[in-house]
Structures are given as C-alpha cells and as structure tokens.
Design a protein around this ligand. Structure first.
Ligand code: C5P
Length: 230
C-alpha cells in the first residue's frame, strides 16, 4: 500500500483550499516552489491546520548551513516531508538530516527527469553516464547520509527499492490511471504498478486537478494505491 500525495500545482492558495474542500479523503499534499513563492508560510499553516500532511518540494541545494536552516524552518512550520538535492554533498545531507530530526522526512532528489544522459554528462563534466546507475548510486549516498528516502521515476523504483534499506521512502511522480493522458510526463505508471514496485508515496497532479470530478479521480487512485494487487 502506498500513500497518494496530491501536487497542488494550482495558481493560488484560495483555489487550492477550495479544491481541498471537495477532497475529504486526502491525507497528503505537495507544495512546490511556485505556490510557495506566491503564498508562503500561511498556506503551509492552513494546510497543516486542516490535518493534511505537507510535502514541501523546494529541492534545496545550497551550502550546508543554509540548507540546515531551511530544514529547521520547514520543521517548525509543521511540514512532514521535504526535498534536498543529493548533489549538494555528504556534509549538506548529514546537516539537513540532523536538522530534520525524527519529525520531518527528508528526501533526496537525484537526477532530474528533465535530464537525458547527454545533458547530465555535460552538467557534471562526464562523458559516459548510465542514468539508472547514477540514480542508484546517489540514492545509496542519500540514505547513508541519513536521508529518509528519495524521489524517483517509475522506471527506477524497482532497482532503487532493491538497493536501499527496507525502511527507505520512495516517492514516485508521473502517476496516471489507464485512461489519463501522460501530458509532458515521459515515464508514467499506474498507482498499482508503482506501489507493487515498492513506491511508498505516489505524487499525482493533473489526473486529479483537471478531472471533471476530482473526488472520483482521487478515490480511484486511492483504491489502486491501497490494493495494488487487484
Ligand atoms: O500533473 P502531474 O501528475 O504530472 O504532476 C506531477 C508532480 O510531480 C508535479 O508537481 C511535478 O513538478 C512533480 N515532479 C515530477 N517529476 C519529478 C519530480 C517532481 O513530475 N521528477
């Protein structure tokens, strides 16, 4: 069984809260840099105040002291999950994990899905990069530095699951029902496929946000995630 996390990729906090009024079964929401820049801490407090668990996806990548400060601030706001780039390095990840304590689950972002092997090689000064191996390498580095888990695509969730401790969180975006359009996502999976492969959290945006009946779409996704074998 995996948790379903709704990505609040909406233009404003007001629209987000209005949609959430229609989704009483939802337990997790993701707030990214666009909504956070626009609405800030009051929105996080409003979401947490409704009893929702907040995944703050700001993908921090800075010097260790700054990232640890951001993690502490998120923890004080009542955020349940947040992201740092694993390429920020060992010291940064260890400091961030210490600042998170036991209350905030910190996830490592490995290779952005917008990269292919050529663009990742150019960004890192390497000629031969096997992206799947690179994701597993960074995932191991993240959990051994004390992070709770990583974000990865449905293509990588199986190998990453096998490489990491059983308790590691694997958060997978790009979730679609059989009937949904993939949109700009290249690597997509159904909630059942990702949960069977070992995902612990499934991030879903447009299949719910753009559905004619968002509550029905969410219900279908929650059912699939709860009973991935059926
Ligand atoms: O609308 P859709 O279901 O594609 O939304 C997926 C969400 O997951 C978006 O908020 C997107 O920014 C996020 N995400 C992603 N791929 C990643 C990391 C995050 O799609 N590798």
């Amino acid at each position: 069984m995996a948790e379903v996390v709704l990505a609040l990729d909406l233009p404003s906090g007001t629209e987000s809260l209005r949609l959430l009024d229609r989704l009483p079964d939802l337990r997790w929401v993701k707030v990214g840099s666009v909504l956070m820049t626009r609405e800030g801490a009051p929105l996080i407090c409003a979401l947490a105040g409704r009893g929702l668990r907040v995944f703050l996806d700001l993908k921090w990548h800075d010097i260790p002291n700054t990232v640890a400060g951001a993690v502490s601030a998120a923890r004080e706001l009542g955020v349940s999950m947040a992201t740092v780039h694993t390429l920020g390095g060992r010291t940064m990840m260890e400091g961030a994990a210490a600042a998170a304590g036991g209350e905030l689950a910190l996830l490592g972002v490995t290779v952005l899905t917008s990269h292919d092997a050529a663009s990742y090689g150019r960004a890192t000064g390497r000629t031969e990069v096997l992206l799947a191996e690179e994701v597993v390498r960074q995932a191991r580095e993240a959990t051994s530095a004390g992070l709770a888990g990583i974000v990865c695509s449905s293509d990588e969730v199986g190998p990453v699951r096998r490489a990491l401790p059983r308790t590691a969180l694997l958060v997978v975006p790009g979730i679609r029902r059989e009937t949904d359009a993939p949109g700009d996502q290249v690597r997509v999976a159904t909630a059942a496929e990702a949960a069977r492969a070992g995902a612990t959290h499934l991030v879903v945006g447009r299949p719910v946000l753009h559905a004619p009946d968002p509550a029905h779409a969410l219900h279908q996704l929650l059912e699939e995630a709860r009973c991935p074998t059926s």
